[in-house]
Design a protein around this ligand. Structure first.
Ligand code: PLZ
Length: 439
């Protein structure tokens, strides 16, 4: 690793170089595109981001769960360099190439279940979700889509309708796509229900307000991402999947944020042995290059007419080469196990923190996808102000932390799986200090 794996601050955050570039950004980039931490990056790898001023920041975000294998991971760089020099694009629908088929074969092997599976590749998570719904509609001949409170599925028109939170994702952007219905999620901190009880509640809403006879699919994140890393109570996902199977409804797991070793398994559905009919993937699949997939039961995937699925860039050869490199890194580095080790360290540090700071109402997550929810002590009243203050302190001290949640009161920790124990511990020293400093 050529980048020193240490936190090193040589200027204020942002430094003068970043400040100058922020002014240019302001002049040329639409204000609607926000910034979490205003430093401009020139290099990254392991667990470190280096900015234009030479500051070394510890990365606890992985570019929102994307660079799970690390930034510029060796096998990704090698494969991309070879592919980009050979050819950059043909359009798979015009003249095919091996990389696309290789990624689909790998997806069939790695996603839950050992039934016959096929895949189609796209550019973004939202596009994968849209296509999963298209496939479910053709396969079932039904229209309705059930999603959950706190869900996040993207920013395109259909996926905005599927996403729960208005601000910033939906506000003013309607009208939204129709035939999307929302059911209550299992949220143990806030509903106190068992998984079975929460599933019965959700199924009742779906049956009474939509009806299985009209429902093409249920779409759910096995652990919710943007919505607050909400982990449903055990039994919730299996009960929903069983209901979908018994009622001719396609069960779609959106594993865009949870997939590819993030939660300590290859896919979060594996934890309870849930086998979805269709799985959507993106983010961690390709080490930072834009690629997404829909993978699932061959009979469902093949229900769509020839020419019905595609897109100019879907499964671009360079992105596929990157994915094959990322999958090689995950396999050879046993990154599912590494995610569990990282999870143990994070859970220990967060437990220590929660023992001291009663603003921490919940610690949840799995593997290298952990979160804490901040509430006014002794209540479940969200404390977004404290969350923002702690985040600002961490950013100033050179640790990239991300927040999420319907109320903006959740810290999510998503380090690259290439981070060292030392760096991870140091990052949590800074988080602890940020809690004390803002108490
Ligand atoms: N489904 C579960 O997490 C993307 C959004 C960042 P795209 N989450 C990060 C932002 O603010 O835009 C996501 C997800 C789940 C779908 C998506 C959408 O994936 O690749 O951003 O389209």
């Amino acid at each position: 690793m050529s980048i020193a794996q240490e936190r090193r601050l040589v200027t204020a955050i942002p430094g003068p170089g970043s400040q100058e570039r922020l002014d240019r950004k302001k002049a040329h980039v639409a204000d609607g595109v926000g910034t979490t931490l205003p430093v401009f990056i020139v290099e990254a790898g392991g667990g470190v981001l280096v900015d234009v001023d030479g500051n070394h920041l510890i990365d606890l975000g992985s570019g929102i769960a994307v660079v799970s294998v690390g930034n510029a991971a060796p096998a990704v760089v090698r494969n991309v360099q070879e592919q980009v020099a050979a050819f950059t694009h043909t359009c798979f629908m015009v003249t095919p190439y091996d990389g696309y088929v290789d990624v689909c074969a790998a997806l069939a092997e790695l996603t839950p279940g050992d039934h016959a599976k096929k895949s189609a590749l796209f550019n973004s998570g939202a596009e994968a979700v849209e296509n999963a719904v298209k496939i479910a509609r053709v396969a079932t001949g039904k229209d309705a889509v059930a999603v959950f409170d706190h869900a996040y599925h993207g920013r395109t028109n259909l996926t905005m309708a599927m996403t729960a939170k208005n601000m910033p994702y939906k506000n003013g952007f309607g009208p939204f796509a129709g035939e999307v219905y929302r059911a209550p999620m299992s949220y143990p901190l806030r509903d106190g229900l068992t998984g079975e009880q929460a599933a019965a509640r959700a199924i009742d809403v779906i049956e009474k307000q939509v009806g299985a006879a009209n429902l093409a699919c249920v779409v759910i994140e096995p652990i919710q991402g943007e919505g607050g890393f909400v982990v449903p109570a055990p039994g919730f996902l299996p009960a929903l999947a069983a209901w979908a199977r018994d009622n001719g409804v396609v069960f779609i797991a959106d594993e865009i944020q949870t997939g590819f070793c993030r939660t300590g398994d290859w896919f979060a559905s594996d934890d309870e042995g849930v086998v979805p009919d269709l799985v959507t993937t993106a983010k961690g699949i390709a080490g930072g290059l834009p690629l997404a997939g829909v993978t699932g039961r061959a009979d469902l995937m093949d229900s769509v007419h020839v020419g019905g699925l595609g897109g100019t860039y879907g499964g671009n050869p360079v992105a596929c080469a990157a994915a094959l490199g990322a999958i090689e890194e995950m396999r050879e580095g046993a990154l599912d196990e590494r995610a569990r080790e990282i999870g143990t360290i994070m859970a220990t540090r967060l437990g220590e923190l929660a023992a001291v700071h009663d603003v921490i109402a919940d610690i949840r997550g799995r593997g290298a996808m952990m979160a804490i929810e901040l509430c006014r002590p002794g209540t479940t009243e969200p404390d977004a102000a404290r969350t923002a203050a702690v985040a600002a302190h961490c950013h100033q001290q050179g640790v990239v932390v991300l927040t999420c949640g319907t109320w903006g009161n959740v810290f999510r920790f998503l380090p690259p799986l290439s981070i060292s124990d030392e760096l991870l511990q140091e990052a949590f020293d800074v988080v602890a200090e940020a809690f004390s400093a803002t108490a």
